[in-house]
Design a protein around this ligand. Structure first.
Ligand SMILES: [Ca+2]
Length: 220
């Protein structure tokens, strides 16, 4: 007669990381909201020094627009948004309305309320994300492929500015900025206090993607 108990399979993800991952799955972001639609709200700013403010909140925040050159020069789009305290930007999903001109369009993110990098790339070191996206990436999170350096798995609370452009013909785009509340209530301490640094790190690890792409220069 065997005395062996139930066979246990050791999971690669255990403890706090598993708890936080489960919490993320169970408390997914709220319903989508279109926070800016150029067809309804007007053209986003053409000036990185005065980007259009776009209000975002926990959950899905959809930005719809058109860039490219319709014959009067490249229509660059600049907007700024804030990830509220207690949240993180956990993904930037390319939406099905996207149709680039040629092979790819370009997107970049700079921390702060302005996009100070010039259209020719002056000051490019200030960007924390930059790269191209193509129609084949619709439905995917762009952050892992455009982040500069080691992608931490999410972007922390704070203000960011975004630059979108296509130097070819008309190019439509749609982005879903997903803001996820940090799991303060689910912290293993059982308190509602601030998330300890190790927990934030575990969340970042749980959310991080393995895909990584080479960065490309800021021109499409
Ligand atoms: Ca536009």
């Amino acid at each position: 007669m065997s005395t062996a108990g139930p066979r246990m399979t050791r999971c690669a993800v255990t403890g706090p990381v598993a708890a936080l991952l489960l919490w993320t799955i169970l408390t997914g972001p709220a319903a989508a909201a279109t926070v800016w639609d150029e067809a309804l709200n007007g053209d986003l700013s053409n000036n990185g020094l005065s980007p259009t403010p776009v209000a975002m909140a926990s959950g899905h925040n959809v930005v719809l627009g058109t860039t490219g050159n319709q014959g009067a020069g490249v229509d660059r789009d600049y907007f700024t948004f804030t990830v509220p305290a207690g949240n993180a930007l956990t993904s930037l999903t390319l939406l099905p309305n996207t149709s680039v001109s040629g092979a790819v369009s370009f997107i970049a993110i700079q921390p702060g309320p302005q996009l100070t990098v010039t259209p020719t790339g002056g000051g490019v070191e200030k960007l924390i994300a930059l790269g191209h996206y193509g129609n084949d990436q619709i439905g995917t999170d762009l952050l892992p492929s455009i982040a500069v350096g080691t992608y931490p798995g999410s972007l922390a609370a704070g203000t960011y500015s975004v630059w979108v452009q296509d130097t070819g013909g008309i190019a439509t785009y749609g982005f879903d900025f997903v803001l996820t509340p940090l799991p303060a209530a689910a912290a293993p301490t059982g308190t509602d206090g601030p998330v300890p640094p190790w927990a934030a790190g575990a969340l970042a690890a749980a959310l991080s993607a393995v895909a990584w792409r080479r960065l490309r220069p800021p021109a499409d």
